[in-house]
Design a protein around this ligand. Sequence first.
Ligand code: PSU
Ligand code: MN
Length: 304
Amino acid sequence: MINQNYLVIHPEVLEALQTNKPVVALESTIISHGMPYPKNVETALSVEAAVRKEGAVPATIAIKEGKCYVGLSQDEIEFFGNEKNVWKVSLRDMPYVLVQKLPGATTVAATMRIAAMCGIKIFATGGIGGVHRGGETNMDISADLTEMSQTNVAVISAGVKSILDIGLTLEYLETKGIPVITFGQNEFPSFYSRVSGFTSPLRIDHAHHIAALLKTKWDMELKGSVLIANPIPEELEVDPVTIETYIQMALTEASKHQISGKEVTPFLLKYIANHSKGESLEANIALIHHNAKLAAKIAVAYYS
Ligand code: PSU
Ligand code: MN
């Protein structure tokens, strides 16, 4: 049993959990390290509103003052969006950031784990971490993937960004026994684009069918996550050739500056956002809403 002293669950979230109402977890690395201020704060707040509109309770997760916060106030979201010294917290950073009482924004891996500690089953984000290009030699494989192999929280994302090796990421997900479902199409999407060149392992067209799959998986004690890839709406897609140009430039720049470890993903994301200007940022914001809505629909179906 987890020591409850480390968890601060927002009263609204706690009430929902105790009465079996749908809750959707949201991560904070997106806010602190994924987008510029003040768009990040506006997005975090409007994503919460989108979850509510679908009839679920949002729970944005972050760490501060030695505790994991599940459900943030508007002021707290503002803090994580504007404060400069916020840690990017994946699993390995959690005990350090907690004991040092540092402010920490949680990645997919850390958010999932904290969500699971509270009994939250559904989690929406933009893109998950995965196997980086060159992962077969540099071993840069996100802890998001290993976490997904063991924690019973479904993740709704817009697929996998092509800063990663999408083929290797899908192989890794298969090895770890993680079902990968694309919502409403046969091809696995690549965040900014509806296509990736890879066929999705599974396709489901209705939120309630996804909810039924989750129930079956966990009823069978098949532990771990399910990745639900929600393709970006057509009108928001960014041309994959343009994105690839920025990715190549970002990778060259990252190796020139010897960027490594946990800095790699934020560096690449920031570089691409800066160079593609508004287009990728607007797409990014819109697809998080899109994912949050689908996550809320799945959560509503799961608890009905
Ligand atoms: N990929 C994105 N956007 C993001 C991230 C990844 O397209 O914001 C963030 C998420 O918080 C994810 C983390 O969990 O980066 C993965 O970091 P790493 O690759 O260092 O494991
Ligand atoms: Mn990494």
